[in-house]
Design a protein around this ligand. Structure first.
Ligand SMILES: Cc1cc2nc3c(=O)[nH]c(=O)nc-3n(C[C@H](O)[C@H](O)[C@H](O)COP(=O)(O)OP(=O)(O)OC[C@H]3O[C@@H](n4cnc5c(N)ncnc54)[C@H](O)[C@@H]3O)c2cc1C
Length: 457
């Protein structure tokens, strides 16, 4: 009798309130199904939205605006949010088994992938993810960022590399209308930077960034864009790419325009270097240069080394060579790829057998690539399996909705909820209003929790 009652209702835990987790909840709630659903969304931060809040650059308000759609999902009233709850510390897999039929992990990625070249650990050599977390006001990162370099190297040819280069080159006052926290504005304002060099291993027609992000670099106030003619001697593979790929065609047009444009004598320059394979971050006690090997097209759309080494004097290096997922307590983890091993979102153990009741979606499922929109189709795939796997769901001893609340309270976890997020959201919007800004982010975790949990009038 009791089991029958359970199978008519899916109590689902989702861990990670980034876009992947929120879309998964939305898709499940809207799906046609023969059982009721109640969803609890656990998030280690006091605020939801993952990398949309803490990754997307502050001067991309249109993308940040996706938060409005995600907020609408949370506001439907069918999802409970438990913010400031860390899976692995505040709740464990055993706890989830006691209270839910299944769990979806959507914990994304926050760390930088490693880059194994000499000097990468020198003071002055940074991971892009850490810098992004700083300028986006992530509560778990230091408030201060050492912006004392006049010349900087950014390694990578994806959108994150361009975000980092743009944030370094852009004048702080041009970021004032955005939601950047006060400490970030102050840090950027004091930056003595004059030259930001971006290095890509391959050619300009093999880049991973998108045309929109590239074009934006040429629109920065008082920043000259510098490209080097030696990088534009296209091989056959590049020419074919321009003819067959619309995105590459647009990228080529953008470069053509810049190649023809004279410098304006701006106070800052943003240089784009291609065919440059990183070989060393140079320096004794701190970064003094960046060394790379010139590459050339290999005729198949790739590149090979030429043996020619070059060095650019810089005082800071940022590597933007990808993000990497983190392991979760008790959950299988692929150390090489930084993901939870899975088959279409069904989590697999070491023997490739499905782990009952455990699912994954988003960046922790397929690796840190792709746009926010991709996490939606991804969530669809995972949710389909959750719905069809009823025979493999757990049978929790405490499925009542209040049981998990009691457990968190008994452990003294200071969790936030959806009302709390509304409090914080309103507070941040109000902070921005007098200055004509959309929002000013609150950064310290304890302050976020305190504002969230103050009683609503
Ligand atoms: C710098 C940067 C800029 C980007 N810019 C764009 C852009 O302009 N446009 C675009 O479409 N896409 C952009 N993206 C990609 C986009 O952010 C991702 O596609 C998307 O955020 C991935 O969603 P996710 O939910 O899988 O992971 P995330 O967004 O990382 O969300 C995961 C959530 O899980 C939480 N979590 C992690 N571990 C735990 C734990 N142990 N317990 C509880 N909670 C936990 C995290 O705090 C986080 O809130 C950008 C990405 C980066 C890194």
């Amino acid at each position: 009798m009791w089991r029958e009652a359970i199978s008519k209702k899916l109590r689902l835990a989702i861990v990670g309130a980034g876009p992947a987790g929120i879309y998964a909840a939305d898709i499940l709630l809207k799906a046609e199904k023969e059982f009721d659903v109640s969803i609890d969304l656990f998030e280690q931060l006091p605020a939801p939205y993952g990398l949309v809040r803490y990754g997307v650059a502050p001067d991309h308000p249109r993308i940040k605006g996706i938060i409005t759609a995600l907020k609408d999902v949370l506001d439907t009233g069918d999802i409970r949010l438990f913010g400031n709850v860390w899976f692995g510390r505040d709740i464990t897999l055993d706890d989830l088994k006691q209270h839910y039929n299944a769990v979806i992990f959507s914990t994304g990625a926050i760390r930088d992938a490693p880059l194994a070249i000499p000097g990468i650990d020198l003071p002055g050599s940074y991971g892009a993810a850490d810098f992004v977390s700083w300028y986006d006001g992530h509560p778990d990162f230091p408030r201060e960022w050492p912006l004392d370099a006049s010349s900087v190297a950014v390694i990578g040819n994806g959108n994150v590399a361009l975000d980092v280069a743009r944030m370094l080159a852009k004048h702080a006052d041009d970021l004032l209308p955005t939601e950047i926290p006060a400490n970030v504005y102050d840090g950027l304002k004091a930056s003595p930077v004059t030259d930001v060099h971006v290095f890509g291993r391959r050619g300009p027609m093999q880049v991973k960034f998108t045309p929109l992000e590239l074009r934006e670099l040429g629109e920065l106030e008082d920043v000259d864009l510098v490209v080097y003619e030696e990088d534009f001697d296209y091989d056959e593979a590049s020419k074919t790419a321009i003819e067959t790929n619309k995105q590459i065609l647009v990228i080529d047009r953008i470069f053509r325009k810049w190649r023809d444009e004279p410098q304006t004598g701006a106070s800052r320059r943003l240089h784009l270097h291609f065919f440059a394979k990183p070989t060393e971050v140079v320096g004794d006690d701190s970064v003094t240069g960046f060394r790379y090997e010139r590459t050339e097209p290999d005729g198949q759309g790739g590149v090979r080394g030429t043996g020619e080494l070059r060095e650019v004097p810089v005082q800071a290096v940022y590597r933007a060579v990808g993000y990497f997922g983190s392991p979760l307590d008790g959950i299988p983890f692929d150390e090489k790829r930084g993901v939870i091993p899975n088959r279409e979102g069904q989590v697999l153990d070491d023997n490739d057998e499905q782990v009952n009741g455990v699912y994954a979606t988003g960046w922790i499922k397929r690796g840190p690539v792709g746009l926010i929109g991709h996490t939606k189709s991804d969530a669809m795939e995972t949710v389909k399996h959750v719905m069809n796997d009823q025979a493999n769901w757990w049978s929790p001893a405490h499925p009542e909705e209040e049981a998990i609340v009691a457990l968190l309270e008994s452990r003294g976890v200071e969790f936030t909820n959806l009302d709390g997020w509304h409090n914080l959201d309103e507070h941040e919007l109000a902070l921005g209003e007098p200055a004509g800004r959309t929002r000013i982010k609150v950064v310290p975790r304890d302050e976020m929790v305190q504002i969230s949990n103050k009683p609503r009038p």
